[in-house]
Design a protein around this ligand. Structure first.
Ligand code: HEC
Ligand code: HEC
Ligand code: HEC
Ligand code: HEC
Ligand code: HEC
Ligand code: HEC
Length: 441
């Protein structure tokens, strides 16, 4: 038995070693493959990791404010979801890239996560940013990550701080003005009193002299309201004032024929620029799409409103009016056949004889909307801010330099101008901005 028993393990041994080796190599290869996989994952994760340097974050902030802020906030839901942590919540960084470039494509592909949020946000369509580079998207994520780490802002303090500071700076001068006015009135009263003293002492002095009867009458002539009102000086001043005021009224009346500065009609829907362009900082060009390309700035179609208002504030009767115009069916989430445009009342309107082009001013000239339209982003109801007269156009063309930055077409012209009139900048007027035919058909 003992030799047997010794023999058996001997028999087994040569068999088990290969098995052990096999076992060992297979677990080693598994282990190695797991390690390489982990390594690969961490490596791809590395190339995808969100940058944390200040330059990327600030570049991301600019991109975010310019493109995303109208619909997204970091910590609270707006038109779209709050974006804090999105890099952890979304399936992957690559998914986010695909989504930002074209969310409609992601949804159409049947992607589970994409379809879910699309349904959740009542099929609001996010803008497609097809030409964003990987770097730009990573910068935006860098900004989102930095803000996520900061936590919700306690922005109330600075936000309320600024207006009071502004209020004080405007309140001070008006206080000064009051002080100066009161001071001047006091000085005038003092002058009257001094003059009164002078007159009475002069009278006393003259009484001691030997005056003729005539002179005495002059010295003692009573100063009453009737003597004043009959005096030649008084009549002259009054007629002059009446004539001047009348003349000014007539001129004002003539000038304001056909001019409607301040015109602010009631609109069919209580749309507020203060809320949309001010509080929510939606870019003017998001709604007034024609501004960079053509003559007319264009008023947004109801579809643009529906990008947000199929989901935002839907219970408001004002928004219901938009839904009616779009013939929107909230159950099937689709537009019906009976769409009709909202009849906005036009505010700015030049006569047909004049030609004005937005693209020329905004795109080529680089003039801000506010230069001509005033602080629209503070207006609940839009009003006409500028006169829109020929004088107004001409005046600005005389004063404003042409915008030759990055415009090779202008380089020659500016060169020519500088050689002809050295030391002066080239104004719009030097480029034919005062020629009748440029503004009149
Ligand atoms: C017109 C409004 C709009 C703009 C502009 C917009 N988004 Fe969105 N975004 C949405 C909506 C709405 C959703 C929710 C999904 C849906 O309905 O399509 C969304 C979803 C997302 C998601 C997925 C969020 C999640 O919870 O997983 C990301 C990421 C995102 N947006 C990033 C951006 C970035 C970055 C920008 C700017 C470059 C941007 N969005 C600009 C409306 C917008
Ligand atoms: C969310 C969309 C939206 C945004 C953003 C927006 N507007 Fe408007 N704007 C409208 C609508 C709708 C009207 C027509 C109703 C009205 O007059 O209030 C309008 C009217 C105007 C008018 C008057 C047009 C007329 O009838 O003569 C001006 C000027 C104007 N917008 C300028 C701006 C400027 C400047 C900005 C950016 C600071 C801006 N808008 C941002 C939607 C928008
Ligand atoms: C980019 C998104 C966006 C677009 C586009 C947009 N809105 Fe809004 N709108 C908002 C947000 C956000 C609010 C504020 C909702 C709140 O107070 O909770 C709002 C509020 C309103 C309100 C006030 C509703 C109420 O009863 O308080 C009206 C009216 C309105 N929008 C009309 C329009 C019209 C008309 C258009 C199209 C010309 C338009 N909006 C386009 C985002 C948008
Ligand atoms: C140089 C002055 C000037 C600048 C800058 C300017 N506008 Fe205008 N805008 C006008 C004048 C003048 C009209 C009237 C045009 C007409 O009746 O043909 C007008 C009309 C409009 C209208 C209503 C009629 C239309 O053309 O569709 C809108 C909306 C408008 N502007 C928006 C804007 C926005 C948004 C910007 C900035 C991106 C802007 N404007 C920049 C002078 C200006
Ligand atoms: C706030 C200043 C400003 C106002 C107001 C203004 N413009 Fe201009 N305009 C410019 C500037 C700046 C340019 C030059 C753009 C460029 O080519 O660089 C320009 C260019 C033009 C041109 C093209 C001239 C050329 O050289 O070919 C025309 C036409 C024109 N404006 C018409 C008008 C009319 C009409 C009005 C009044 C309804 C008006 N502008 C009001 C600033 C203004
Ligand atoms: C920068 C643009 C511009 C130039 C240059 C210009 N105009 Fe005008 N003009 C206008 C605008 C805008 C109006 C409309 C003003 C209004 O409605 O009050 C106008 C109105 C007029 C009117 C009608 C006045 C009225 O009350 O109906 C006449 C006439 C006129 N222009 C003649 C000229 C002549 C002549 C020249 C050349 C010396 C000239 N304009 C150059 C912009 C211009």
């Amino acid at each position: 038995m003992p030799p047997d028993s010794r023999f058996v393990p001997l028999e087994v041994k040569p068999d088990t070693t290969p098995i052990m080796i096999k076992h060992f190599t297979s677990s080693l290869s598994k282990f190695l493959s797991v390690v390489t996989l982990l390594f690969l994952i961490s490596f791809t994760g590395q190339s995808q990791s969100i940058p944390e340097d200040a330059a990327s974050i600030s570049a991301g902030q600019t991109l975010f404010n310019g493109n995303c802020k109208s619909c997204h906030k970091i910590h609270t839901q707006s038109v779209g979801p709050a974006l804090k942590n999105v890099y952890e919540r979304a399936p992957s960084i690559d998914w986010i890239k695909g989504w930002i470039r074209n969310s409609a494509k992601v949804v159409a592909s049947g992607d589970e996560y994409g379809v879910k949020i699309f349904e959740e946000y009542k099929k609001s369509q996010m803008t497609a940013f097809t030409n964003f580079s990987d770097e730009q998207i990573m910068n935006i994520l860098a900004y989102i990550q930095a803000e996520t780490k900061k936590g919700p802002e306690t922005a109330a303090a600075p936000a309320t701080g600024t207006p009071t500071a502004g209020g004080e700076s405007t309140a001070l001068p008006s206080n000064y003005l009051n002080v100066i006015l009161i001071g001047m009135v006091l000085i005038l009263i003092l002058l009257v009193i001094i003059l009164g003293f002078l007159i009475s002492s002069l009278k006393r002095f003259l009484d001691q002299k030997n005056l003729s009867e005539e002179d005495k009458e002059v010295v003692h002539s009573p100063i009453t309201a009737s003597t004043i009102s009959r005096s030649r000086g008084f009549i002259f001043i009054v007629t002059f004032l009446v004539a001047a005021l009348g003349f000014k009224a007539v001129i004002n009346g003539l000038y304001s024929v056909g001019i409607q500065q301040g015109y602010a009609p009631k609109q069919p829907i209580a749309f507020s620029h203060k809320l949309h362009a001010g509080d929510y900082e939606i870019d003017c060009k998001y709604c007034h799409t024609g501004v960079m390309k053509g003559k007319s700035a264009t008023i947004p179609s109801v579809n643009i409103c529906m990008n947000c208002h199929r989901a935002v504030k839907t219970e408001s009767p004002q928004i219901q009016k938009i839904w009616q115009a779009a013939d929107w069916n909230a159950e099937t989430l689709s537009f019906g056949p009976n769409q009709k445009p909202i009849e906005w009342v036009r505010i700015h309107n030049l006569p047909d004889l004049a030609y004005f082009n937005h693209a020329q001013h905004v795109n080529v000239g680089g003039v801000a909307c506010q230069t001509c339209h005033g602080p629209i982003e503070t207006m609940d109801v839009v009003r006409q801010y500028s006169l829109l007269t020929m004088g107004w156009c001409i005046d600005c063309h005389r004063k404003t330099d042409i915008n030759s930055k990055g415009n090779a077409y202008y380089d020659r012209l500016v060169e020519l101008h500088n050689s002809k009139k050295p030391g002066t900048s080239m104004k719009v007027e030097d480029n034919g901005g005062l020629e009748c035919s440029k503004c009149h058909y």
